[in-house]
Design a protein around this ligand. Structure first.
Ligand code: DGL
Length: 363
């Protein structure tokens, strides 16, 4: 995957003046004397690096600016960390893919082992940020902070939210209190755990929420405060992906609704899916036609996980459906996109549904 050519950030003059007034030591890409934490920013694109054709106009292209431009656009960053940037990709996150995930995970694991690096920030689009965050939560081996950050407004917008989000994310990545908490997401002054966070609104600055267990903390003008630690296994405590595979198993999501037939289930099986996640109605339910299709898939060895489109709450085993008889896995409180991420990792280890249910009970 080669990053799209990025152009330098044509920021509003006030921002540009601030960015250019940085002391020389804050030049991006140089390792600074470590009188403060060293933070590496891995950039993948998204709106945080997005540009409108003309400031103030609707519409923009995600992934238009380089990581260097993003860093230069955040006045005062040098006070909280010595920052270096690397461009992993430069895409809208609706196009996020396994190749970028594996490249990102490999680089994050190298940085976990680098004694000169204290924390990692990943700039990313918000559309699939929660999925990438959870994937990294399962496969990054180390306790150093890994913090994903994006923005809901492009870098050229009036009151762009990216610079403050990036400043706050860098302060969290530089914080000793963030160590050992797993992968985090920082957006709009909130800190979220990768497993819990989800995008809840198509346009709001306050779109990221953690509906079942609440936020991991808050960060105000670069000062993080943390709440309760996560319960489930993650990062150093994860059994997955050492070493990382070259290819991730094919797992597809099937969405249920009134009057839904089994055709998409049958199509997923025909396409070679090793796993299928049901984005079910209510408590992970679906029409009889879909359940029949999923049961047939399970009999062919496809691993089926029941999740829910509802957005919060848990899908438990054997409530309205007999998972024991059908051979299904209950996805608990993982939303469908994250259930897919965990099922992918589980399938790198086994196809045994009893063991996979244990993974869903632990991660
Ligand atoms: N293209 C979408 C993405 O990269 C925009 C959303 C955003 O980054 O805020 O996820």
């Amino acid at each position: 995957m080669t990053a799209a050519p990025a152009r330098s950030l044509a920021l509003p003059s006030a921002f540009l003046a601030a960015a250019l007034s940085f002391p020389a030591a804050a030049q991006v890409g140089q390792k600074l004397a470590t009188d403060r934490p060293n933070v590496t920013i891995l950039a993948t694109g998204g709106t945080i690096a997005g540009a409108q054709p003309k400031p103030g106009e609707v519409g923009y292209k995600a992934g238009s600016f380089s990581v260097e431009s993003l860093i230069r656009a955040v006045p005062g960053m040098e006070k909280i960390a010595a920052v270096t940037g690397e461009q992993i990709a430069n895409i809208g996150s609706q196009d996020m893919n396994d190749a970028v995930w594996l490249k990102l995970a490999r680089r994050a694991n190298e940085l976990q082992k680098d004694p000169n690096v204290n924390g990692i920030v990943v700039t990313h689009g918000t559309d699939t940020m929660e999925e990438t965050a959870y994937f990294l939560d399962l496969v990054v081996k180390g306790d150093k902070p890994v913090v994903l950050v994006g923005s809901m407004r492009p870098a050229t917008a009036i009151s762009a939210d990216g610079p403050m989000n990036l400043y706050n994310a860098t302060s969290v990545a530089a914080s000793l209190a963030a160590w050992g908490r797993g992968v985090l997401v920082v957006m709009n002054d909130d800190i979220h755990y990768a497993r819990e966070v989800t995008k809840s609104n198509t346009t709001s600055l306050q779109t990221f929420v953690s509906p079942d267990r609440g936020r991991a903390g808050a960060v105000l003008f670069g000062k993080p405060t943390f709440y309760a630690k996560p319960i489930e296994r993650h990062t150093s405590g994860s059994t997955f992906a050492v070493p990382l595979p070259d290819k991730l198993p094919a797992v597809l999501v099937v969405y249920s609704h009134a009057n839904a037939g089994r055709e998409l289930v049958d199509a997923a099986v025909a396409a070679g899916a090793q796993g299928i996640v049901l984005a079910g109605v209510g408590d992970g339910n679906a029409t009889a036609a879909i359940i029949d299709g999923l049961a047939a898939a399970a009999r062919k060895g496809v691993v089926v996980v029941r999740s829910s489109r509802v957005g919060s709450g848990t899908v438990a085993r054997n409530v309205e459906l007999d998972d024991d008889k059908l051979g299904f896995v209950a996805g608990r409180d993982l939303e469908p996109g994250k259930a897919r991420v965990l099922l992918q990792q589980a399938l790198t280890k086994t196809r045994d549904v009893v063991q996979i249910q244990k993974y869903f009970d632990e991660y």
